[in-house]
Design a protein around this ligand. Structure first.
Ligand code: GDP
Ligand code: MG
Length: 457
């Protein structure tokens, strides 16, 4: 139990934004400096996440002289590998993350994936902060390594501050066009209604203390209840992966509770609920041993919040983005199977009942949900008749091909963030089924729209 008698778990935060805006670099920056200065202080690389202990955050924010009374044990930042998308992170209709960092490149402003991230954050009602990154790229910027942003700005000449102000104003306007009020964080008097912008450099660390402090303070101020540790297991599957020597494994984020080797678990599967037993609980080695590739630390038990790899039998059809349940001694396993499949059912219920529509294939249940939601909006309005998760196989082409006789233009697969097997592509060509692939949801819409217009002509 921490000071003040509150038993809080770590804050879970994810990083989102357009590709190349600096998401990975920002994480590296928070991590790296500390390691470099010999202050590693317990920072650990986890499965799909990095853990920053409170001690570390305190050191990093010291210069801000804020009341950094940290009540949480630390900050768990999720950096989902593969398609770095928040869409993976669905958990029982709510968000797995307590907070998010939306990274925007100061030289580029709002980009397609920025807007997509923004819309997802709103859909999930997730509070976030904007990191206006790459300030060091303003012409003439004087480096002030890891300095708070106000201090760093004071060192800059007039041209730099002018360029900064012009870009900042421009980006605030762009957010406004998306219906969002934003303001530089130290001027923001309406926290919660107006979103805060923290200028950062992931290269030289300016503004990073401000970012860390804001995350912790905001969470501690507004989410004590949500952050109070509970024993009941709350756990989300991030990724399903085949690992040599381990078979199919799942990478999970344990938000609350404890997992033990030998626990019986229930997971949502494409072909129904999966009931299995935890064979091993694995985490990577601590930071300094990261070079030891392919080996993991084994744990008898693990307490939240953590990123963990679980090995068990029968995980082949597990669906990323769903909840993991632990069967307790008094639990009714049938009821648990049903509740494990709820995530899937709520998404399936969005499919068009008329049976006419396109086929949609995505990487995770979360991205499927987001895509279905998007296709349903009045401005888009594309009906969906079938869905799939994971790579596009021949069987998916067959299913989409059913539309060839009903409504030819719907004999189409909208594939989001998934691969298409060679055989599937060949079959699609043969049958006349169209496949559109993209990593950004609305690009799929654009491609489909162009296609429909061409057909009409
Ligand atoms: P991600 O796709 O959002 O994860 O972006 P990365 O972290 O991979 O960064 C993309 C590129 O931008 C890399 O070449 C980084 O070195 C560079 N970069 C990221 N942040 C900064 C920054 O703050 N300043 C500068 N100068 N370059 C940056
Ligand atoms: Mg990256």
């Amino acid at each position: 139990i921490k000071e003040g008698g509150e038993n809080l778990r770590s804050i879970i935060c994810c990083i989102m934004g357009h590709v190349d805006s600096g998401k990975t670099k920002l994480l590296d920056c928070i991590r790296g400096t500390n390691v470099q200065e010999g202050e590693a202080g317990g920072i650990t690389q986890q499965i799909g996440a990095t853990y920053f202990p409170a001690k570390n955050i305190r050191e990093r924010t010291r210069e801000l002289k804020a009341d950094a009374k940290l009540k949480v044990p630390g900050l768990l930042v999720i950096d989902t590998p593969g398609h770095e998308s928040f869409t993976n992170l669905r958990s029982r209709g709510s968000s797995l993350c307590d907070l998010a960092i939306l990274v925007v490149d100061i030289k580029h402003g709002l980009e397609p994936q920025t807007i997509e991230s923004l819309n997802l954050l709103r859909m999930r009602n997730t509070e976030f902060i904007i990191a206006l990154n790459k300030v060091d790229r303003l012409y003439g910027w004087k480096t002030c390594k890891n300095a708070p942003i106000v201090k760093a700005m004071k060192q800059q000449n007039k041209d730099v501050t002018n360029e900064f102000n012009i870009r900042l104003t421009d980006i605030i306007t762009q957010f406004k066009e998306q219906g969002l009020n934003t303001e530089i964080y130290y001027k923001n008097k309406e926290m919660g209604e107006t979103f805060s912008i923290v200028p950062t450099s992931a290269k030289s660390g300016e503004g990073v203390p401000d970012l860390l402090l804001w995350l912790v303070q905001w969470a501690q101020k507004t989410m004590v209840e949500k952050l109070t540790y509970v024993d009941e297991v709350q756990c989300t599957v991030l990724e399903v992966k085949v690992i040599e020597g381990h078979g199919t494994t799942i990478d999970v984020v344990l938000v609350n509770g404890e997992l033990h080797e030998g626990d019986q678990i229930v997971v949502c599967g494409l072909q129904g609920p999966i009931v299995t037993t935890i064979r091993a609980l694995l985490t990577p080695h601590p930071m300094k041993e990261l070079r030891v590739k392919g080996t993991y630390l084994h744990h008898k038990e693990i307490k939240a919040a953590q990123g963990i790899k679980i090995t068990a039998q029968g995980l082949e059809h597990a669906i990323a983005g769903t909840s993991l349940h632990v069967v307790g001694p008094d639990d009714d396993i049938e009821a648990m199977k049903e509740s494990a499949m709820e995530d899937m059912e709520s998404v399936l219920s969005r499919i068009d009942k008329s049976g006419e529509g396109v086929y949609v294939q995505t990487s995770t249940l979360g991205s499927l949900e987001a895509l279905l939601e998007f296709l349903k909006t009045p401005a888009v309005n594309i009906p969906v008749s079938g869905i799939g998760i994971g790579p596009v196989h021949k069987k998916d082409i067959m299913k989409a091909g059913v539309m060839l006789e009903k409504k030819k233009e719907y004999a189409t697969i909208l594939a989001f963030d998934v691969k298409v097997t060679t055989e599937a592509r060949e079959l699609a060509d043969e049958m006349g089924v169209k496949i559109f692939c993209a990593d950004i949801i609305y690009q799929l819409f654009n491609q489909f729209q162009v296609y429909i217009e061409n057909i009409k002509e």
